[in-house]
Design a protein around this ligand. Structure first.
Ligand code: NAI
Length: 325
């Protein structure tokens, strides 16, 4: 009891100092959706967020009214597409999260979402480039391999592109990998740092099964939800963790590292402008991009296959904006 009270008071003190020193407006576009709602809830509980701005084509003000009754210090405002709603939502934002878009149904690939989500993300990016060009943009809408290049092209066309401030949120893949590996190895999932753990202890069929489960983790959820959508709750946690990491880095913490899909030098010589790897975050966004490190032959095979697809996914996003500016 005493320990719980002490923890609560420490938490409150931290909450107070974080919000007193730093005012951070975070906006969520697509806030009334399956991801948007729990993501907004988690952000409402984050003491580093001082202002939460929620936009959706329908339902933003309702979600905002609900969350605004939670007794944490941040203010919450909801916006509709009418008049200057989107602009007002975006103005002054330090972080913009984009979970707007359609999710997968059983049998669909992420790429099947392209036609609908490409134009949604393009239009939201246009508004963001005008209203808050210096904000960090965190793209959740799939296919991330194409939607991130779409945002980059929109920003480039307006001369406001800063490659250090654009992120594809790929946190969920690593969150899943940590959990699945911990189940095989009987370790603590929150401490399972995937890219640096010693995987040589998992080999053969067990390794293949694990890799397959991680690669198709999203399908597991799509299938279990049976037409009602894709991962929303675990994705909300992953998105909130990424936003929290950016805020920690913005507020001066060093050594904050997250896996994320960014404009990256790693494979530019192969014509691939974006790649997901472990990225150190700083006050201006991307601070240092880590390479994939030493990998074995098996992993190299997976990487080669990935690079071929990735190049096409990126080009598809770039071509879309060229053809539909
Ligand atoms: P959902 O359909 O439940 O919610 C989407 C929300 O976006 C709805 O409230 C809808 O009204 C809103 N919306 C649609 N067009 C909009 C626009 N132009 N402006 C503002 N809001 C708009 O879908 P859910 O499950 O929340 O998924 C959202 C996206 O996230 C999908 O593209 C999905 O594939 C993706 N996703 C990404 C993951 C990742 O690891 N990056 C993991 C899981 C899903």
């Amino acid at each position: 009891m005493f320990a719980a009270r002490r923890t609560a008071s420490l938490f409150q003190k931290r909450a107070f100092s974080a919000s007193a020193i730093n005012a951070s407006k975070v906006s969520v576009l697509g806030a009334a959706g399956g991801i948007g709602q729990p993501l907004s809830l988690l952000l409402k509980l984050n003491p580093r967020v001082s202002e939460l701005a929620l936009y959706d084509i329908r339902g933003g003000p309702g979600v905002a009214a609900d969350l605004s009754h939670i007794n944490t210090n941040s203010t919450v405002t909801g916006y509709n597409p009418d008049a200057s709603g989107l602009r007002d939502c975006l103005e002054g934002s330090e972080i913009i999260l984009i979970p707007a878009g359609v999710p997968r149904k059983p049998g669909m690939t992420r790429d099947d979402l392209f036609n609908t989500n490409a134009s949604i993300v393009r239009d939201l990016a246009k508004a963001a480039a005008e209203a808050a060009p210096k904000a960090h943009v965190l793209v959740i809408a799939n296919p991330v391999n194409s939607t991130v290049p779409i945002v980059a092209e929109v920003y480039k066309a307006r001369n406001v592109y800063d490659p250090k401030r654009l992120f594809g949120v790929t946190t969920l893949d690593v969150v899943r990998a940590s959990r699945f590996i911990s189940q095989v190895q009987n370790t603590n999932p929150s401490g399972e740092a995937v890219p640096v753990s010693n995987h040589s202890s998992i080999a053969g069929q067990a390794r293949d099964a694990l890799v397959n489960r991680i690669q198709f983790g999203g399908d597991e959820v799509v299938k279990a939800k049976d037409g009602a959508g894709s991962a929303t709750l675990s994705m909300a946690m992953a998105g909130a963790r990424f936003a929290e990491s950016l805020l920690r880095a913005a507020q001066g913490e060093k050594g904050v590292i997250e896996p994320t899909f960014v404009d990256s030098p790693l494979y530019k010589d192969q014509g691939i402008d974006f790649f997901a790897s472990r990225v150190e975050l700083g006050p201006n966004g991307v601070e240092k991009i880590n390479s994939v490190g030493e990998i074995n032959e098996y992993e190299q095979g997976l990487l080669d296959a990935c690079l071929t697809d990735l190049k096409k996914n990126i080009q598809k996003g770039v071509d879309f904006v060229k053809a539909n500016p």
